[in-house]
Design a protein around this ligand. Sequence first.
Ligand SMILES: [Zn+2]
Ligand SMILES: [Zn+2]
Length: 70
Amino acid sequence: MTLMARYSGECPECGERWSAGDLIRADEDKAWKHAVCPTPRPTAAPCASCFQIPAANGACGCDPIDSKDS
Ligand SMILES: [Zn+2]
Ligand SMILES: [Zn+2]
């Protein structure tokens, strides 16, 4: 079932939020999620230092890329 969201919510499938008015759907598990999730990001390789998956902007927290020559 697909319908227009009346409230914003968080999609358990992709972790992104939807806004009221966006199309969402419910599967057999009754969990609401995006009708179509936002553009799936390519799965980034985990950071070699902290093993976290970098965020969309490429930052993982330990930031080994932008070292400042300190
Ligand atoms: Zn989603
Ligand atoms: Zn890192």
